[in-house]
Design a protein around this ligand. Sequence first.
Ligand code: B12
Ligand code: SF4
Length: 503
Amino acid sequence: MSQHSICKITLPMKGVENFMANTLLVNPPYSVSERYGNDMKKFGAVSEPLGLAYLAAGLEEQGFKVEIIDAPAQGITCKGIVEDHISKETNLIGITFLTPMFDAVKKLANKIKESNPGVKIIVGGPHPSALPERTLEEIASIDFVCIGEGERTIVEVAEYMAGKKEIENIKGLAYRHSNDIRVNAARPIEKTLDSLPVPARHLLPMKQYNLTASRTRGSGFCPTIILARGCPFNCQFCSHPFGRTFRHHSVKRIIKEINELVDRYDIKQVNFEADTLTIDKNFVLELCRAMIDQRIDISWTCESRMDTIDEEMLRIMKEAGCWQISYGVESGSQRLLDSIIKGVTKEAIIEAFRITKKVGISIRGFFMLGLPTETKYESLQTIHFANKLNPLWAQFTVTIPYPGTPMFEQLDKEGQIRHYDWTDYNTWGGWADKKLPYISAGRTEEEIKKLQKKAMRMFYMRPKAFFELIRSISSYQDARKLVNGFIVLIKTILVKPGKIKQG
Ligand code: B12
Ligand code: SF4
């Protein structure tokens, strides 16, 4: 089957006799250049929409027909989706939706409704989950919003379409009723993650995916497995899409997913996703021991909080194949770390970096610029702190108060949100030239955007960073990625930044 063609499967029906919901799930056409800007687009990740693959697996398990279009990965446009991928049988279309995808989702939903008025459209994901009523108000062509985890909700909506379920009984759903919008009772979080079927990766164009150079070695092909959901911490910029209760898959299930990826796609590396993987030390130790005992020979990366690791854990992670951890450092100012309720001190960060390097695990650091009330001095403190910590890779993003975060609520209440053009809510706004939704008092948009580029130059153009990256090269692909990266950085010195939108 071509990786560019839509993946189709037909399953024997399990419980739905007459009217079948023929569901099409869509990752909307939101291109890598829109996300990262033209200069950085080569480095952007094209990663699998695992949320849709989880939904599809739930639908398949119940005997519903389902297809997935991953528009960015398959290079399919809005017109292409509407003209070539909606069949006479399609009656339910589900679209996944992060805040900056707003325009792409709106355009797609409107076009679908124009040419297929009978088709029902449901959206889900962090943006509509945070603003269900507003999303239905702002996009008239959408019929339903799924709030929170969607595996059970989508199946119940498909059952409703088949006349087997009352809409008011579907938990975690917002919908239109006459001229009103109704929001049903909340859906409880999925307590036992293993009760969810393995994501339907067979419906995704798996070979099209590529993670960034900073997260892969050799080839960029590095699928993701979700190990856990939920996080009890309180970082003010985080929208907690999976709630505050940490839940993980069983080690048995995780090993099964790894083995499936090895068998089907011949993977050599994998990315473990979890809101806070290392919060449960016993779980991490059990997983790593199982990987070592079962001689699972793949290398992996993960993200973690610096106050939830210790040397014993890092050593066994390394032995089990972990070669890189991403840490969210966020700021070099203790005042700002406290104000965003990060819950770590600069000393704890320095110590976490020290032991991670000592164990021999490479580090990717995330840093935020333009936090609420941040001064220019504090921005520079963050860049200097990044240089001092010296991870192998550093990522500097502009702070965006995303709906659903305490930061958004606070700034919105204070009247400090500059605009609600959701498509500009992009953390790469300096590169992709977006109008920033928040700027702290006394600072300008132009300055923050320039700073995002300057931070990268100040970090990567240090001889130490340069030579460590050269030392990390393990293949021809790695070398090519690095050369391209340096060309982009040099361009930021030579070429003036693009015009900044007014408004
Ligand atoms: C891994 C990750 C990434 C990865 C890959 C994401 C991917 N595969 O697309 C990378 C690094 C590339 C990334 C990039 C970005 N990310 Co990100 N990312 C995450 C992270 C940590 C995990 C996402 C994940 O794997 N989820 C697992 C799957 C199972 O969940 P899911 O997709 O949300 O789907 C479930 C429900 O949401 C729902 N659902 C989702 N879609 C639909 C559709 C329908 C029809 C229904 C019924 C239900 C439904 O059901 C699913 C199953 O339960 C989350 C934090 C988090 N915990 O969610 C942030 C998060 C999703 N990212 C976020 C953001 C902002 C971005 C960027 C926009 C940043 C930017 N450049 O400005 C980009 C955009 C990327 C893109 N897809 O185009 C925000 C979103 C906030 C918001 N209001 O939109 C989050 C929540 C982090 C935060 N700040 O709080 N991200
Ligand atoms: S940013 Fe990470 S540690 Fe902080 S609340 Fe969100 S998931 Fe938890």
